[in-house]
Design a protein around this ligand. Sequence first.
Ligand code: ADP
Length: 245
Amino acid sequence: MVKKFGDNTVLDDLNFDVRRGERVTLIGPSGSGKTTILRLVMTLEHLTGGYIYVDGEPLTHLEVNGRRVERRPKDIARSTQKIGMVFQQFNLFPNMSVLENITEAPVHVLGRSSEEARTRGLELLDMVGLADKAEEHPTRLSGGQQQRVAIARALAMDPEILLLDEVTSALDPELVGEVLGVLRDIAKSTDITMLIVTHEMQFAQDVSHRVLMFDGGKIVEEASPDVMFTSPTHERTRSFLQAVL
Ligand code: ADP
């Protein structure tokens, strides 16, 4: 895939696969293109060149007679339904209750009954430890609680792929643990494919099957977490990890 912002080529002919059920963490210095990759997969950014495949299907563009053609919006929407994303800034709807935040998309996008969406929403709130906050307004919750609601909201759409974009970066340090704890549980108890951008290296080591080190929009090293965090091969990875660990 290729992504440019104006003249700035952020991702130049980047190519990588994530297998079903795999949890892959992207690490690397600020500005290396990690968030852009997640936003491209979520179709929040327009792909300049190349293709992204989800479940073997082209996401936004396909090749027809050797030409690159954009897919129809409703076909793209069908693919993006398989993908959930949690952002650094929780992005909850402030005018809805916690439970309404979670049931909104299942009802309006998936066409579930409000009863079914409520039941599932309460189950998910229980899973993230916030069953007692269902009727609360998000603004009355701590950042850690809001982020746990955002995680429940993403899961309410039954995604096959979950994108986590620096989900603890906006939190006070004492609130990071509760969010990572919930994500660890989800990683352990589900087979959702995860693509993770994080600066929490211990978390990355614990939950990832594979770690990709980025620099300047390219993968400079790819390894299992055990190898990446203890004996990386590349000098660039070593200096990056030394700076952040
Ligand atoms: P990372 O997540 O690794 O910190 P990003 O994907 O956020 O990196 O950014 C990669 C590059 O793309 C940076 O040079 C950044 O300035 C640029 N970039 C990201 N988003 C935009 C945008 N909306 N407009 C212009 N440039 C952008």
